[in-house]
Design a protein around this ligand. Sequence first.
Ligand code: 5RP
Length: 236
Amino acid sequence: MSDIKETLEKAKKLASYKAVDDNVRAGMKVGIGSGSTIKYAVDRIKELGIPLTCVPTSFQSTQLIIAAGLELSDLSRTPELDVTIDGADEVDAQLNLIKGGGACQLQEKIVAASSKKLIIVADFSKDSSQFGDNWKKGIPIEVVPMAYVPVMIKLERSFGLKPVLRMAVNKAGPVVTDNANFVIDAQFTSIDNPADLATKIKMIPGVVETGLFINMAEKAYFGQKDGTVKERSIKL
Ligand SMILES: O=C(CO)[C@H](O)[C@H](O)COP(=O)(O)O
């Protein structure tokens, strides 16, 4: 593993362990996010050996819960959660988030919105003062496949975004989400009002969900290069 990759992995683990220790207790109903950082949170929950009910946010997180031997539920059986722990692609000064780098933003947002608290775990590279400081891939937007071209035209004409259809790596054609939709990454130069932009994008017919999570997270844990964890929280 390269030095920087190793440093990032250590930072993800530190943040995840601290977030679980601070926020997860026996008997809780816990939303489990998606991505590479959340696997450390699941490792920590497994290590603690406490009884929990877990609700996943993707195929990947379902597999993590099963592999860890934790109790797996869903929102039909467990519609109200105590806490969701999840990663993020970028966290701004107000703890607004860009999520969906792993194309899981739809289920992640539904599960987060069903939780009393959303706690973010991340390495130091996700900690920004405003969107675009660190994350250059744009806002992930999940769309119904038949609508992707009109949605891309509207994103460009109405908001000056530069939309790109996300393509699969080991498959010909586009990324297909866990919900059988496509993902458009809408690149931007700056975002003055993320809440307003999120609402307007959501209004475009064919858009299922955006990766802008506005006023949802109450605390973020960022693992640092020096082995410490920086905590940022906000009153919602
Ligand atoms: O939103 C997500 C998936 O849709 C992830 O939480 C986000 O991409 C962060 O992933 P990682 O922990 O691998 O950096």
